[in-house]
Design a binder for this molecule. Structure first.
Ligand SMILES: NC(=O)c1ccc[n+]([C@@H]2O[C@H](COP(=O)([O-])OP(=O)(O)OC[C@H]3O[C@@H](n4cnc5c(N)ncnc54)[C@H](OP(=O)(O)O)[C@@H]3O)[C@@H](O)[C@H]2O)c1
Length: 198
């Protein structure tokens, strides 16, 4: 499966490294030279601009800061049919207030009405992307989104990376997933395993 990773930071590099063994991973950067260098360090298939990386990708993983999301989406086009994964966390109070009770993933879905948007990995520290097991047990990743077939794809990606995917509900549930990160930071909670998702 062709997976585009948008951004070459800590999360982008972690996803690229974790997925390159099983998928055709193309990494996108604002700087195409950085994209090529990151691809070679992570084992990704190639590095391009954001738009080139996302073109024809079945899955697009957005690993840019929330404040850069609007700019980034403008470069990506409509992404019709693509599974789009938002991992962002709005760090500042101002960013959270600007969401006006909705969530980053819902805002992205509004911007990309023909794509299938999911939220996940926002509660996972970058260093665990390539090492998701704790004491030999796969840690959980909570995934929200509306499209059932798209959710199967996101679950498969999570398993390929060594995570235990948990259905956190429809895209609207992202509002709670984003609050969860605030709580996790406050109590310094690391990777966890959901014992029952029913
Ligand atoms: N770090 C974590 O443990 C963690 C955990 C969960 C969620 N997240 C979320 O994941 C996303 C990425 O986090 P990260 O830690 O990977 O960040 P990072 O190391 O700072 O990397 C972000 C990347 O986004 C791209 N970018 C595009 N526009 C940018 C701008 N205006 N300013 C800075 N970078 C810009 C850059 O790649 P190019 O220049 O190559 O385009 C940059 O390397 C964020 O939304 C964050 O909230 C992070």
């Amino acid at each position: 499966m062709r997976i585009a990773i948008i951004g070459t930071g800590k999360m982008g590099r972690g996803f690229a490294q974790a997925l390159a063994r099983r998928h055709e991973v193309v990494i996108g950067s604002r700087d195409p030279h950085r994209a090529v260098a990151t691809a070679s360090k992570t084992g990704a298939t190639g590095g391009r601009t954001y738009a080139e990386a996302a073109a024809n990708a079945a899955v697009v993983i957005l690993t840019v800061p929330w404040q850069a999301m609007e700019d980034t989406l403008r470069q990506l086009g409509d992404l019709p049919g693509a599974v789009v994964i938002d991992v962002s966390f709005p760090y500042t109070k101002r960013e959270r207030e600007a969401l006006q009770g909705t969530s980053t993933a819902e805002m992205i879905q509004q911007r990309l009405p023909h794509a299938r948007v999911f939220k996940g990995w926002n509660h996972v520290h970058a260093r665990h992307l390539t090492d998701p097991a704790v004491d030999g047990i796969a840690s959980s990743v909570l995934i929200s989104g509306n499209d059932p077939a798209g959710k199967d794809i996101v679950f498969a990606i999570a398993r390929d990376m060594g995570f235990h995917p948990v259905d956190a509900g429809p895209l609207k549930a992202t509002r709670d997933l984003e609050k969860l990160v605030g709580v996790m930071l406050f109590v310094r909670l690391g990777p966890f395993r959901v014992l029952s998702s029913s």
